[in-house]
Ligand binder design. Structure first.
Ligand SMILES: [Fe+2]
Ligand SMILES: [Fe+2]
Length: 475
């Protein structure tokens, strides 16, 4: 007997993130997701639109008695296989067979035919406008209107989650597990509340505490739960290593002396271009490399050939390139701090070269520019801020938002703060939504308060002018 892998969503945003980020053979959809106490709520129509965009055949199971809506859906949208009335027990008994038939059916592909796609999408637009007009309560009209604007925004924007500095150690204290759990709960809640369904997520380094295998086993568990809460897949979780992802016992005296001796751009480029030298220096990432190789199942690797990466995807009709840079390859001890680190112009230029065709470039690296050695600090900052719209980093354990502007550059540099660093720091994370068409965006800033048992809240304490934890910006 054939078995199915089933994922269930009971809220609108959860369903949206799953449809947006994963692929399905068939969907069973209720026309009413949110607030079943509101009998006329038909927010499933929005999900139907998303399913059409992703070309998923749909079986609708509904108790919504609006015959008119049901007829309109059946006659207008080729990918709806059947509408099953929830109150009809015979029809419900035949649901499994119906789902299987829908799965095997082939529907006309709308996405491959732009004119047809636009036509169906416009029909949806009218259907939704009609539903808003026919709403019988103010609540329902507002709800549908809100979903319509969310729908429009998510078509035109790029949205991501940025967490950093998890420092997962092997001693699994209850406090640390509770803090991680509460971080995940808060992320899911914020996605729902702001209807910010992430297209991808960034983790800007210091995933482990000291680059050890056991610590990465915890990271794998945490990432599994993060993907589950966000609806994302492993391909859309992008990580870079930090100084805590270095296994210091693997840094030989020779590797340390070589790293310490690099103070001119030309030699740094020569070292980074040499296969043997890279292998020698990158040995310190053994634990991290094994983790990303195993966990990301080939989507992410770190070895002597691939010490940085460029990942591309299409979003909001644009090509987005995420540059995953390594700023910890000379990191060896606590003396790393205060301009002692290196990215290398060679690495930055190589990554930018691979991302040259992209419309939006977003760089991820662990260290802020101020931690880089004097010989390259300006060059690396200038290059990245000129060529990228966003630079995301961690390490400082403080949220920091800087709009980098010059006649040649307009980039938002976002320091993520530490998402899990104990009581010494205010744990933070953020969600970003950016509209490439208008150049406008906003950042939802979250901060952990250590008061009482501790709780996540809007971050209104980092900046005087950030109200309700949301910073609006224009690039
Ligand atoms: Fe850190
Ligand atoms: Fe760090």
């Amino acid at each position: 007997e054939e078995s199915y892998q089933v994922e269930t969503a009971t809220t609108f945003v959860r369903a949206c993130s799953l449809i947006k980020n994963r692929s399905y053979d068939v969907a069973v959809l209720d026309l009413q997701l949110h607030a079943p106490q509101e009998p006329d709520n038909r927010d499933g129509v929005f999900l139907l639109r998303w399913l059409m965009r992703k070309q998923v055949p749909v079986v609708i199971v509904t108790a919504v008695p609006a015959r008119r809506l049901v007829d309109e859906i059946l006659s207008s949208y080729g990918h709806v296989y059947e509408i099953v009335d929830k109150s009809d027990s015979e029809a419900i008994a035949g649901l499994a067979a119906c789902v299987e038939k829908a799965r095997q059916s082939s529907f006309p592909s709308v996405a491959d035919d732009p004119a047809r796609f636009r036509e169906v999408d416009e029909r949806f637009e009218r259907l939704i406008a009609g539903e808003i007009e026919r709403s019988r309560t103010g609540w329902e009209a507002n709800h549908l209107r809100e979903l319509a604007s969310h729908d429009q925004a998510s078509q035109a924007t790029v949205t991501w989650l940025h967490i950093s500095d998890l420092h997962l150690s092997d001693d699994k204290t209850l406090r640390s597990s509770t803090e991680l759990d509460s971080l995940l709960v808060d992320i899911e809640r914020q996605i729902g509340q702001h209807k910010l369904v992430p297209d991808w997520a960034a983790v800007t380094g210091d995933i482990a505490f000291s680059g050890q295998e056991k610590q990465y086993a915890r990271a794998a568990g945490f990432f599994d739960r993060l993907l589950d809460r966000t609806g994302l897949t492993k391909e859309r979780l992008l990580v870079v290593p930090g100084n805590h992802d270095v296994s210091r016992s693997l840094v030989s005296t020779g590797a340390r002396i070589l790293g310490d001796s690099l103070h001119d751009g030309k030699t740094i480029s020569e070292i980074l271009s040499d296969d043997g030298d890279r292998r020698f220096l990158l040995k310190r990432f053994e634990g991290y490399a094994r983790f990303v190789g195993d966990y990301f199942e080939g989507h992410s690797n770190l070895d002597s050939d691939r010490y940085f990466y460029v990942r591309k995807f299409e979003l909001a009709d644009r090509q987005i390139a995420v540059l995953g840079l390594n700023s910890a390859w000379v990191s060896a001890s606590d003396r790393d701090e205060a301009n002692r680190l290196l990215v290398g112009e060679e690495q930055v230029r190589a990554a930018l070269g691979l991302a040259a065709e992209a419309d939006i470039r977003i760089a991820l690296l662990h260290h802020p520019f101020r931690e880089l050695r004097e010989c390259e600090q300006q060059t690396v900052e200038r290059l990245l801020c000129q060529e990228c719209q966003f630079v995301l980093h961690g390490h400082g354990h403080r949220t920091d938002l800087t709009l980098h502007r010059s006649p040649d550059a307009s980039a938002m540099v976002i320091a993520g703060g530490a998402s899990h660093a104990g009581l010494e720091y205010s744990n933070t994370y953020n969600l970003v939504q950016f509209n490439p068409g208008s150049g406008q965006g906003h950042i939802v800033l979250r901060r952990w308060s250590g008061e009482g048992v501790g709780f996540w809240a809007e971050d209104n304490l980092t900046y005087r002018n950030v109200k309700n934890g949301i910073y609006q910006f224009t690039l």
